[in-house]
Design a protein around this ligand. Structure first.
Ligand code: ATP
Length: 256
């Protein structure tokens, strides 16, 4: 399997009030095509910062990041923005939907903005609707974003992250704002996308979410101190409880 994402010697330092905070310390990491990787660790350990640096949303202080063979740490802002738009999908806990647009218009916005997209508006809308059907929210396309539930909105975010058929989806606490049932539904959709070939990296505090991933990284104080290969989760015949139990035992060994 080819690596989609590779980081070498990745460091990130923030300077706040003249004080240096070395948040990521010399991280080496490789993510293969088709993996679904969870990033776990204590609060403030650098999980979100890692996600932002790997996806080019934030600049690294030292080291390099390759995405599909392109060294993103060498790209300028414009090149980075179009790479993110065309090849990456993003799902956040806060969702970041545009309040003045309908759910469908929010979903298709990355396609409308992409210079690579040669479709008519109607074709793009049709694709948006098809994604909504797949995620079971085809009845809320014309709603305002404040007229839908949190679970529906998060599924809309998944549609939006998929609209440009990205190579990889970066998710930061995608289920953090959801109740258990909605969280399970969103994870089912993400694992389905992953089984269809999309590589996913997901920051989470929830072992139930991580148990559905194929690999779990554990970060403490800006360094990856452990990783666990879980194998692909299959909804058919696999006992999720066993995976959760195994993962919880491992997390305790890491100091969780
Ligand atoms: N934009 C920023 N400017 C300055 N410091 C930042 C910035 N973003 C994060 N930090 C600091 O970097 C450290 C790591 O933050 P980060 O959000 O990556 O941790 P996390 O592991 O995702 O935490 P949590 O689980 O609480 O979301 C923290 O000390 C935080 O205060």
């Amino acid at each position: 399997m080819a690596a989609v994402l590779q980081a070498k010697g990745l460091c990130k330092t923030y300077i706040v009030n003249k004080r240096q905070n070395n948040v990521l310390k010399n991280i080496d990491l490789s993510i293969e095509e088709g993996e679904m990787v969870a990033v776990m660790g204590p609060s403030g350990s650098g999980k979100s910062t890692l996600l932002y640096c790997l996806s080019g949303m934030d600049r690294v202080t030292a080291g390099k990041v390759d995405f599909c063979g392109k060294e993103i740490t060498q790209l300028n802002e414009k090149e980075l923005a179009s790479l993110r738009l065309d090849e990456m999908g993003f799902i956040f806990q806060q969702m970041y939907m545009m309040k003045n647009l309908s759910v469908l218009d929010n979903i298709i916005l990355p396609a409308v903005k992409s210079k690579k997209n040669t479709e008519s508006r109607k074709q793009t809308e049709e694709r948006g609707r098809a994604l909504m059907r797949k995620l079971g929210i085809d009845d809320i396309g014309n709603n305002d974003i404040n007229e839908v539930s949190g679970g529906q909105l998060q599924r809309a975010c998944i549609c939006r992250s998929m609209i440009n058929s990205p190579k990889m989806i970066f998710a930061d606490e995608p289920t953090g704002a959801l109740n258990r049932a909605s969280s399970d539904e969103v994870m089912d959709e993400l694992t389905k996308l992953n089984s269809e070939g999309t590589t996913i990296m997901c920051v989470t505090h929830d072992p139930k979410v991580a148990a559905k991933c194929s690999r779990v990284l554990y970060i403490v104080d800006g360094g990856i101190i452990g990783e666990k290969q879980m194998g692909k989760f299959s909804t058919t015949g696999e006992n999720l409880r066993n995976r959760e139990r195994e993962l919880n035992n491992w997390l305790m060994e890491q100091g969780w």
